[in-house]
Ligand binder design. Structure first.
Ligand code: ZN
Length: 202
């Protein structure tokens, strides 16, 4: 950010009084511009034994497979945004009553938070949107594990197929950070069936 969104004067970066980190500030308007993490919302759409994936027609990760997801818009709930992204990227219509929160990823290194909802598809009626080269249903054995676009997609799919065998689908939260070798590592922080949680003690 270089210029004030209100008066177009150059902004300066400094720690405002009473704050603990540098912010972009306009001295002319006496305004502080706060930058906060972006929310990304999506679904893990399931039809029978299969999962719906989209192949990206945009950068980054052009040509790789992903779950339908995108930035939450102002005025939307996380679930509304996830359903919209699924419609836009995969052309699939999902009802909110067929969805439940499934995975949450904190990515503090790149200032993003991901929310994925498990979503039951009522039909195999879908078609790729403009941001997708194709959309397709995959059995577990056919998932293109080496051609997945993002770690959040891989981790969500791994847990889904394991959960399906156990027939339990807890809500899990992960922190995703770069290791010293620059590899992304997902650490499970909490699970809704985690008996060590203080909430599940009598
Ligand atoms: Zn200004």
């Amino acid at each position: 950010m270089k210029f004030c969104q209100h008066c177009a004067e150059p902004v300066v970066r400094h720690v405002p009084p009473g704050d603990d980190r540098p912010r972009f500030c306009c001295r002319h308007c006496d305004i502080v511009f706060y930058e906060n993490p972006k929310n990304i919302v999506g679904t893990l759409p399931v039809f029978g034994e299969k999962v719906l994936l989209c192949r990206r027609a945009i950068e980054p990760r052009y040509g790789l497979w992903t779950l339908p997801a995108g930035f939450l818009e102002n005025g939307e709930t996380t679930l509304q945004g996830a359903i919209r992204e699924t419609r836009e990227e995969a052309g699939a219509i999902i009802q909110s009553m067929d969805c439940s929160l499934y995975t949450l990823f904190n990515l503090p290194d790149i200032n993003q938070v991901y929310f994925f909802f498990l979503a039951r598809l009522a039909s195999a009626d879908f078609q790729p949107g403009v941001e997708s080269l194709e959309a397709a249903l995959f059995c577990e054995d056919d998932i293109p594990w080496d051609e997945l676009a993002f770690s959040v997609v891989r981790v969500s799919l791994e847990h889904y197929f394991a959960d399906r065998r156990a027939m339990q689908f807890p809500v899990r939260m992960f922190d995703l950070r770069h290791s010293a070798e620059r590899r992304l590592q997902a650490t499970l922080i909490s699970s809704s069936t985690d008996t060590s949680s203080p909430w599940s003690r009598p």
